[in-house]
Design a binder for this molecule. Structure first.
Ligand code: ZN
Length: 437
């Protein structure tokens, strides 16, 4: 627990009388999304304007907001909608405030930080990933509150500062705080992705990331010297690449025939950096390679680590392996009738007439940290019939899809937060299982 270093900067509980002067008092949900997109929250930017935005929205909804700054400059926000019985495990709706960089020079039709609406479509960074989802959570909860609907369980909205760069100052330390423990979380919802078909993906596990650097050392020499290939840094690197690409080809074969919902069934591997050499006429003494690897959910991490080391040792002597990133494989959330949280989401989908598809995505989200901490978590972004434009130029979302998503969350949140007290166990591990063998 690192609760002692958690600084609660502000706890606001304000009366609705204060709302008269609130600048967002008459804003529709899509106008709130526009206003949020207009706050440039590119990772490492000052998030103070975003904190002020959410403080104003909490005030409008007459709910409390806490700011936890575990690392200076990286605020974590927690908005609490109390249920009828706060002793029950709560529902955590997570999203991240930060977005990846964007600029007009990249080829955007509209300024990515204006939230321009053209022909029923809102354009801007974060319209898919994932400011839309934050506003949808909020709008659904506020509508329920305004309709005097009291849910059984507490619902929390958490907003993270640095998901796009690995969550080292956000979700990862937050999960170790007393503040998180006090939330008594039963299940977490996190981001999903759009789907170009009339269905919504429900992520129940994320692939984890390993990034490795391989340095091949050899004796330097004049450009006119002619050492044996296996005695050069580049020759050793070639051997490393050959072995890893043989594995890549095997995995590519699996990926090529896998369903889009089955990205957990293969390991992706890309050689993303090659560095080496000092001059055109000098044989280099060191060449380094950086590989980005996304592990299959069924891959045994210990065996794969041993396999990597074996390939590298076969490639020659004086080759070193360094892990830049080595995420731990996360368990999967149970997606069958034994998990009441999954049942609640499935029943909501049935009621709404939407199709939900349990999926393992090619990438990863903050939900992997939540699952690693032992809590069931689902990735879900209600964006059916939508082109996937996460991190892309001209990221956009149909206003109708955005508004429908609020209705979808209203139903899902209601069902999750009204799961009867005796239907869930406090033993979270009952809703998680390991798929690695
Ligand atoms: Zn995201």
């Amino acid at each position: 627990m690192i609760g002692i270093v958690s600084i609660v900067l502000a706890v606001l509980q304000v009366s609705s009388a204060a709302c008269d002067t609130n600048k967002y008092a008459n804003s529709t949900p899509i106008e709130l999304l526009q206003a949020y997109v207009q706050i440039n929250t590119t990772t490492y930017n000052d998030l103070t304007p975003a904190v002020e935005f959410w403080t104003a929205l909490a005030e409008l909804a007459d709910v409390s907001i806490e700011t936890h700054e575990l690392v200076e400059g990286f605020p974590i926000l927690v908005l609490k909608w109390p249920g009828a019985d706060s002793s029950q495990q709560s529902i955590m709706l997570n999203s991240h405030m930060d977005v990846v960089p964007a600029s007009l020079e990249d080829g955007w039709t509209y300024d990515p930080f204006l939230g321009i609406i053209d022909n029923g479509i809102i354009y801007g960074r974060g319209t898919q990933d994932m400011k839309s989802v934050s506003i949808q959570y909020y709008s659904a909860l506020r509508r329920l509150k305004e309709n005097n609907v009291t849910l059984l369980r507490d619902v929390y909205m958490t907003l993270m500062p640095d998901e796009e760069v690995g969550a080292e100052s956000g979700m990862i330390p937050f999960l170790k705080t007393d503040a998180f423990a006090a939330m008594n979380v039963g299940v977490e919802l996190d981001e999903g992705t759009p789907y170009p078909l009339p269905m919504i993906a429900l992520f129940y596990q994320d692939k984890v990331v390993w990034q490795i650097q391989v340095d091949c050392h050899a004796v330097s020499g004049h450009g006119s010297s002619f050492p044996a290939t296996n005695n050069t840094a580049t020759g050793k690197c070639r051997n490393v690449v050959d072995r890893l690409f043989e594995f890549r080809d095997e995995q590519y074969e699996i990926a090529a025939t896998a369903l889009p919902t089955a990205a957990g069934g293969y390991t992706s591997l890309n050689l993303n950096k090659l560095n080496g050499g000092t001059a055109n006429n000098v044989v280099p003494s060191v060449v380094s390679l950086v590989f980005d690897i996304r592990l299959s959910t069924t891959l045994n991490e210990v065996q794969f680590d041993a396999q990597l080391r074996e390939w590298i040792s076969e490639a020659g002597d004086n080759i070193t392996l360094t892990y830049i990133l080595k995420n731990q494989q996360s368990p999967a959330t149970v997606v069958n009738s034994t998990n009441p949280y999954y049942v609640a989401i499935s029943e909501a989908a049935e009621e709404l007439g939407i199709t939900i598809l349990p999926t393992v995505p090619p990438g990863s989200t903050d939900a992997r940290h939540v699952r690693n901490a032992g809590y069931p978590a689902f990735g879900f972004s209600p964006m059916p019939n939508t082109e996937l434009l996460l991190h892309a130029v001209n990221e956009h979302l149909a206003v109708s899809v955005f508004n429908d998503g609020i209705d979808i969350y209203e139903e899902i949140i209601t069902r999750l937060a009204n799961i009867p007290a005796d239907s869930t166990t406090t033993d979270h591990s009952a809703y998680l299982y390991s798929t690695a063998t």
